[in-house]
Design a protein around this ligand. Structure first.
Ligand SMILES: [Zn+2]
Length: 235
């Protein structure tokens, strides 16, 4: 009798676990390429100590570095991770006419339109960091909760370049911080101090990398957990 009872409880537990597992949605993940860096920008290899090795590596990789955002689709979720720059965001660094080659910028509306998704359907946007090539697309999404790490929101992104004339070119744009303030006033900004669950099966993790305050996303899919690493590597 005792064994039978234990077995019954065990089977009930198993059933509960199985039901819970089924309740976690399986999402689809799309990487959408918006643009490429101009081919003369080879910053991946600039810090290589061996000049010959740097030249060899650059020779093998003359293709411009892609600028992507990630779209996560699920039953209750249309999420952009990145969320990718507007044309103005890229023009800040590269000058006018970013839609021409070699940059070849394509906007959010065009890329999402290919998947049958409109900007007003996006209900989450995760900002991975505050350089010019990342956050401004969040300003195009009228219905999105915009998520950012507390450290990234509280402290200006310090990254930039010292130009030949000695002036400092900051990678973060004032317009993007102003955009966040506007979204905050609208009650749509979610500032996360560390990790959080965005929705069942979508978890955000704080990770130092390109900046101290960047993050990565873990998404449940039919093929297992997909990690969207964003800028969470040292650069
Ligand atoms: Zn950056």
């Amino acid at each position: 009798m005792k064994i039978l009872l234990s077995t019954t409880i065990f089977m009930m537990l198993l059933t509960t676990v199985a039901v819970l597992a089924q309740d976690v949605p399986q999402y689809e993940v799309y990487v959408l390429r918006m643009a490429k860096y101009p081919p003369e920008i080879q910053f991946r290899f600039r810090e290589v100590g061996d000049p010959q090795l740097a030249t060899e590596m650059a020779d093998k990789n003359r293709e411009g570095i892609p600028i992507n955002f990630v779209y996560v689709k699920g039953p209750e979720v249309n999420l952009l991770y990145g969320p990718g720059p507007t044309a103005e965001g890229l023009e800040y660094a590269f000058g006018p006419d970013v839609t021409s080659e070699p940059i070849g910028y394509l906007d959010h509306e065009t890329l999402l339109g290919r998947l049958g998704v409109t900007l007003d359907q996006i209900n989450y946007a995760v900002i991975d960091h505050m350089c010019f090539d990342c956050p401004s697309g969040a300003g195009l999404l009228p219905n999105a909760t915009v998520i950012i790490e507390k450290e990234a929101f509280d402290h200006p992104n310090p990254l930039g370049l010292v130009m030949e004339d000695g002036t400092f070119f900051p990678f973060a744009r004032q317009e993007d911080y102003a955009m966040l303030e506007r979204i905050k006033e609208e009650g749509r900004l979610k500032v996360v101090d560390g990790d959080c669950e965005i929705a069942p099966g979508i978890n955000l993790y704080h990770a130092s990398g390109h900046t101290y305050a960047t993050n990565f996303l873990a998404v449940n899919t039919k093929d297992g957990t997909v990690i969207i690493a964003g800028a969470s590597c040292y650069t």
